[in-house]
Each structure stands twice: as C-alpha cells, then as structure tokens.
Design a protein around this ligand. Structure first.
Ligand SMILES: Nc1nc2c(c(=O)[nH]1)N[C@H]1C(S)=C(S)[C@@H](COP(=O)(O)OP(=O)(O)OC[C@H]3O[C@@H](n4cnc5c(=O)[nH]c(N)nc54)[C@H](O)[C@@H]3O)O[C@H]1N2
Ligand SMILES: Nc1nc2c(c(=O)[nH]1)N[C@H]1C(S)=C(S)[C@@H](COP(=O)(O)OP(=O)(O)OC[C@H]3O[C@@H](n4cnc5c(=O)[nH]c(N)nc54)[C@H](O)[C@@H]3O)O[C@H]1N2
Ligand code: SF4
Ligand SMILES: [Mo]
Length: 644
C-alpha cells in the first residue's frame, strides 16, 4: 500500500515521510530510499504528478544536497573584504542594519527583494510581505520571467497566469500541441505519465527537433519570429472550413468579430512564404484541431521570444475550437522551477498582491491592509531584470533568497559590477554561489526536503512538504530566517509559530488560496466562467503583418540545462547550425567560431545538427547571455581564425 501522503485532500496532516521533489515544477512525490538515511537516494511515491511512483534521474538524486560537504552550515558576514563565519544573532543583526540603512538613506524603493522559486509558498508569502511592509513593491524572481509572456497571455485571456487544466487530463486529450518546449527532458515524469502514457497525437512546433519530437506524430518548424503568424493561418483555415465551435464562442468569449476580421488577410498559402511552413501542413494541423475531441497545448520557454503573440494565438485557437474550460482540453504552461507558480501566486511579483490581485487596485490593497495592519505601496515595483539594471543607481540594497542572479557564464562582469554597486546585499542560499561572493551577509538555508510548508506545481496543485531530512550545521529553513528578518526590520507581523500559521493568513488575503485544500489544485478550471472581469475569454484582433528578418541567422536560445539539482550541469556551450547553413559559411563541425550581433559577440565551437531548421543559430541560455542582453534577434557567424 502506498503511504498515507501529507497531501490528503481532506487537509494537511502531519508529515509522513513523503515530500515533494524540489527539483522541478512537476511536483512528484518522493521519500528517502528504503533502508538508507535521508542523505541517500530518493524513492518515488505515487502522487498526482507521478501516479506510477516514478521519478526522473534528477529526482532520484533529490537528497544529494542533504549530505553535500559543500553546503553552507553557518552564517557568514563580510569583515575586511572576507566572508567569515558568525552566529545567527550577529548575522541577522548585520543583515537588518544594512537593509534598514539603505531604506533610511534612499527610501524603501532603494531595496529589492529577489526570490524565491525554490522556496515554499509560505516563505514566498513572507518575502513579499516583508518587501511591502518595508514599503516597496520591488519583489520578484527571475524564474517567473522565463514564462512571463505566456503567463501574461493566459491572465489576459482567461483570468489567471497559470495552466488551465490538470496535467493528468493530458492523458484524456486527443491532440497535444507542444510549442517551444522539450517536456520529454525538462518535465519528464509528467510527459511520460500523461502524454506518452496517453492516446493523444502529439504535434511539436519548434525550430529544433529534440527528444520530444521523437515522441511526436508531426514536427513543424516555422521560421523563428513567425510562430504567431503560423497559428493565425491555422485559425484562418478553421474559419474557412467553418470548423469553429460557434456556441462556445458565442456563450463564453467576447471580441470574436474583430478577431475574425483581423484574420481576413491571412491564409495558409499567403502565410507559407513568411513562415516557411507548407500550406499543406497548415491545413493538416487545422484538420487535426477540428477533428480532435480534446486539444491541449503544452508551452515552454520557446514561446517567449515574441512578446506573447504566440501564446495569445494559441489561446485563440483553443477558444475557436472550444478547447478550454472542459476536461482534457486547455493550456498547460510547463513551468521550470519547483515553486515558480506558487511564488507568483502568493504575490512575489512587483505588480500583484497575493492571489494575483493587481497592486494598483485600491480594493485589493485594502483587503490585504486589513489583515496585515499596514498600507501597501500603490505603485508597481521593478521586475528583477529592471531592478538589476539599476543596482547602484536607484537600488542600493537587496535581499536575495534562493536565487543566483550572478550566473552568466560569459557575461559575468556586468552582473558582478551590478551586485558590487550595492551598499547592502544579503543572500540566503544553501551553497556559496557566484552571488554570495558579492554579499555582505550570507545566511545558510535548508533545502526543500528539509522543510515543511507547501509548494504549488505547474498545474496549480498545492502540495505539502515534509521535513524528511535535517539541515546540516546551523542551516535553517528560510521561513525562520524571514520571520527573524521581518521582526528585526519592521517589528510586528512576522512572528509565526510555523508555516501553517502563515498559510492560514495567506488564505485570508488571497482569493485563490481561500478555499483550496492542501493536496488539491486551486481554481475551478473555468468550467462555468473565466476569471476575467466579465467572466468570458477575451479575443482580440491580431497582427498579421510580420516582418521576416532579412539578413543573418535567427538567434534561438534553449532555456536551461543546469541549475540547482541538475544531474548534468555541463550545459552545451556550442553554437548549433543546420548542415546547409554551415556549408554556406564554409564551416565544419568542431570549428571555432565567433557569433556577433548588435555589438555583442562570443567565441565558441560549432556543432552541425540535422534536426535544426535552416536559418537558425541555436545557443544555450548559459552562453547566449551577452547576445540576449543586447536584444539580438539575428546573428552573424564567422570563423574564429578570421579574428586573429
Ligand atoms: N533536467 C532539468 N530539467 C529542467 C531544468 C533543468 O535545469 N534540468 N530546468 C527547468 C527550468 S528552470 C525550465 S525554465 C524548463 C525549461 O524547459 P523548456 O522550455 O522545455 O526548455 P528547452 O529544452 O530549452 O526547450 C525550449 C524549446 O523552445 C524552442 N524554441 C526557441 N525559440 C523558439 C521559437 O521562437 N518558437 C518555437 N516554436 N520554439 C522555440 C527551442 O528550440 C527549444 O527546443 O525546464 C525545467 N526542467
Ligand atoms: N546564464 C544563464 N542564465 C539563466 C539561465 C541559464 O541557464 N543560464 N536559466 C534561466 C532560467 S530558465 C531560470 S529558471 C533562472 C533560474 O535562476 P536561479 O533561480 O537563480 O537558479 P538556480 O541555480 O536554479 O537556483 C538559485 C539558488 O537557489 C538555491 N536554493 C535551492 N533551494 C533553496 C532553498 O530551499 N532555499 C534557499 N534559500 N536557496 C535554495 C540554490 O543553491 C541556487 O544557488 O535563470 C535564468 N537565467
Ligand atoms: S520530473 Fe521534476 S518533480 Fe518529478 S522527479 Fe523529475 S525533477 Fe523531480
Ligand atoms: Mo526556468
């Protein structure tokens, strides 16, 4: 029999030895392996995300960090340029003084609160409450930004920046459209259990064939920058065939007339020239969509490049075909880090209070102020990217909880300068990192399997953590650290007995958490109405004039291969080109090359890859930073030998 989980729908029970994998947003249940101490390997325990009890290779090593000799075990403070060990009292005092001095000298908006997608809902709740109690809305995490455009599109169209359906429902879909993602590798347990394990046809839309493509029935590779146009052409094809769910459109959406009009200029044949997808493939996808009983979309970081146009186009397709708000149909936002969804749900973002309430809405601020006992600043804060860019300028102090903004392998200097420009930097982490290297105070944290509280996975399921291992040395759960910092910095309102008390308070301020049982998914999956002001999904006219970049190779960035808990931290640092493009440039596999664009450049080696479409330069996020930061859309590639 399976252990009684800590995630019973009834509500939270005492920890039972089963917890939630801290290594990605799927949220598999696991426990220390039989017979070993908690520092051994993990054993999968059947849960909603891993009904067969499986774990991926990464999850199987979830306890690796517990006994890692490199863990931070004591607080550190900087003395004469060196980080030296100290006790918690002194370290917390230094941390609070540093941040308080910045606020006193420059005002509260000179502080940034960054984190914490690896941390629990309760910890994130405290972090954002602390920011707001100090008087700023500059609280964010950079993991949120990996899926920002898709999340914004979902919020705009349906109400909440979150998946519209449960992962398990993918097994009931007839058609799963995977766009700009590689769930076979990045969220493997969910992909295997619910997509490979289901009956759906899979269509993969990506400029690069990857492991997910191998499980797909069709692979389409629109020219980068033209995904939205491609999906508009599919929508136009559905309209031309009268394959629209008219009653759904009439009863549950608004704005469809203007939307239809905006598609008047586009059809499969016209779109083919710009997207480089044959008209026949557009028609084929339209036919699949029209025939399928349930259509689900899985979107990853590959839909982020165009400001949300692709994500909105995908929402439009779901609405046109009546594939949202019912089982087996909808938009699955395949997020990355374990509590990326939860961190944003509880208000760790500069524009929203807990429960995705707009911070500029006076009623929302009042609701929160009633519980918190202080007024919340009315102006949205800076997001993490914006904040980092003004470190040392408008921002002089930061509290960073479980983030490593300094990782930028080839562009470390820029970030290092930004971090060094602060007067006060307090970092709470489980390891020394590139970021702690710039800190004045470093506070040692417990990892996910060493804490209690809750996390929310990529389909909005709120699951209980159990402390199935002990933190090493003096390391402590972030929850305790945030309570102590809060009490020192603002006084009242940070004295909680345990995370449960914070979760109960969260229920009082956040409509989405008010009724959710731990173990269940928040929200009602839009069965009757959407969470938009009028309860309907909103169509909007689309832009079908797409300019295709004339020169150079389109830069495509893979999101991530390393990070906390990665079993293979060796990110691929090579430039990838299609054989035809490599030939045209006179380059061969292994050649040293320089990639240039918008004044930025980097040197690396070339990998020639069949599965990549022509006209694309593919780089991993770890190396692409300088080009990404320069806003480069297309690059030139030259042999490194030319430069010398
Ligand atoms: N083992 C392991 N798992 C992880 C992580 C890890 O570090 N290790 N990290 C987690 C995190 S934080 C994240 S964010 C996720 C990331 O998960 P994914 O978003 O699935 O990341 P990628 O594998 O880079 O897949 C993105 C795909 O988008 C494609 N793409 C890029 N540009 C475009 C475009 O313009 N259009 C289309 N259609 N496609 C495009 C790329 O070719 C690539 O195949 O993974 C999570 N899972
Ligand atoms: N150059 C480059 N930049 C990237 C990426 C990339 O691959 N390369 N990937 C992008 C993506 S997809 C993402 S999601 C972000 C991720 O960016 P980050 O969130 O900054 O990256 P991680 O390395 O996953 O985790 C940050 C830190 O959290 C700590 N940590 C883990 N668990 C806990 C905990 O319970 N408490 C505390 N206090 N600390 C904890 C880890 O030790 C680690 O140092 O970066 C983005 N930026
Ligand atoms: S799929 Fe994600 S949550 Fe599940 S075991 Fe792997 S890393 Fe952990
Ligand atoms: Mo991410």
């Amino acid at each position: 029999m399976q252990e009684a989980g800590a995630n019973d729908a009834s509500d939270r029970t005492e920890p039972t030895g089963t917890t939630v994998c801290p290594l990605c947003a799927v949220g598999c249940h696991l426990a220390p392996a039989d017979g070993a101490d908690a520092d051994g390997r993990a054993r999968g325990v059947a849960g909603p995300a891993n009904p067969n009890g499986r774990l991926c290779a990464k999850g199987a090593n979830a306890f690796e960090s517990v006994a890692d000799p490199d863990r931070l075990t004591e607080p550190l403070v900087r003395e004469d340029g060196e980080l030296v060990p100290t006790d918690w009292e002194s370290a917390l005092g230094r941390a609070a003084d540093g941040l308080r001095d910045v606020a006193a000298a420059h005002g509260p908006d000179a502080l940034a609160f960054l984190g914490a997608p690896h941390c629990s809902n309760e910890e994130n709740y405290l972090l954002q409450k602390l920011a707001r109690a100090v008087g700023t809305n500059t609280v964010d995490n950079r993991a949120r930004l990996c899926h920002d455009n898709a999340a914004a599109a979902l919020a705009e169209r349906f109400g909440y920046p979150a998946s519209t359906l449960g992962m398990d429902e993918l097994a009931e879909s007839d058609l799963v459209l995977v766009v700009g993602a590689n769930p076979a590798i990045q969220q493997p347990v969910a992909f295997n259990a619910f997509v490979r394990g289901g009956d759906a046809d899979v269509v993969h839309v990506d400029p690069r064939a990857n492991e997910t493509t191998r499980a797909a029935d069709a692979h389409l590779a629109p020219r980068p920058g033209t995904d939205a146009l491609f999906f508009h052409a599919v929508a136009a094809e559905l309209l031309a065939r009268d394959a629209v769910a008219e009653s759904f459109v009439a009863e549950r959406t608004t704005g469809s007339d203007a939307y239809r009009e905006s598609l008047a200029d586009v059809d499969a044949v016209r779109a083919a020239a710009a997207t480089d997808v044959p008209a026949g493939d557009v028609r084929d996808l339209a036919e699949r969509l029209a025939a399928a009983d349930g259509v689900a979309i899985i979107a990853g970081t590959g839909v982020e490049a165009d400001g949300g146009a692709t994500a909105r186009a995908l929402c439009d397709l779901l609405c046109l075909t009546g594939n949202v708000g019912r089982r087996g149909a909808g938009f699955a936002l395949f997020r990355g880090l374990n509590n990326e969804q939860g961190a944003t749900d509880v208000g760790c973002r500069p524009d929203e209070l807990p429960g995705h309430a707009d911070v500029t809405d006076p009623a929302a601020r009042e609701r929160v102020a009633d519980v918190w006992g202080f007024d919340v600043p009315a102006e949205p804060g800076l997001n993490e990217k914006e904040a980092l860019a003004v470190f040392g300028d408008a921002i002089h102090g930061a509290l960073v909880v479980g983030e490593n903004p300094a990782i930028s392998k080839r562009d470390a200097d820029w970030t290092a300068e930004r971090l060094d420009a602060l007067d006060a930097l307090v970092v709470v982490d489980v390891y020394e990192t590139e970021t702690t290297a710039h800190a004045d105070v470093v506070l040692p944290a417990a990892v996910g399997v060493e804490k209690t509280g809750t996390v929310t996975n990529l389909d909005r399921r709120v699951q209980a953590l159990a402390a199935v291992a002990d933190p090493p040395g003096d390391a402590r759960p972030d929850f305790e650290t945030l309570c102590d910092l809060g009490t020192r910095l603002v006084g009242d309102g940070f004295d909680y007995d345990d995370p449960r008390e914070a979760f109960d308070e969260l229920r009082d301020v956040s409509p989405v958490h008010a009724d959710v049982a731990v173990g269940e998914r928040w929200g009602d999956d839009y069965r009757e109405r959407f969470a938009t002001p009028d309860g309907r999904a909103a169509f909007a006219p689309v832009e079908t004039d797409v300019e295709v970049a004339a020169d150079g190779l389109a830069l495509v960035v893979g999101s991530r291969a390393g990070g906390f808990g990665a079993t293979d931290a060796t990110a691929d640092d090579r430039l990838h080109l299609n054989p035809a493009d490599a030939d045209a440039l006179g380059l061969a596999d292994g050649d040293a090359v320089i990639v240039h664009g918008d004044g930025a450049r980097l040197e690396t080696a070339l990998t020639v890859e069949d599965g990549l479409r022509e006209g694309v330069a593919y780089l991993h996020a770890d190396v692409a930073d300088p080009l990404v930061r320069a806003g480069t859309a297309s690059v030139e590639v030259t042999p490194a030998s030319d430069a010398s």
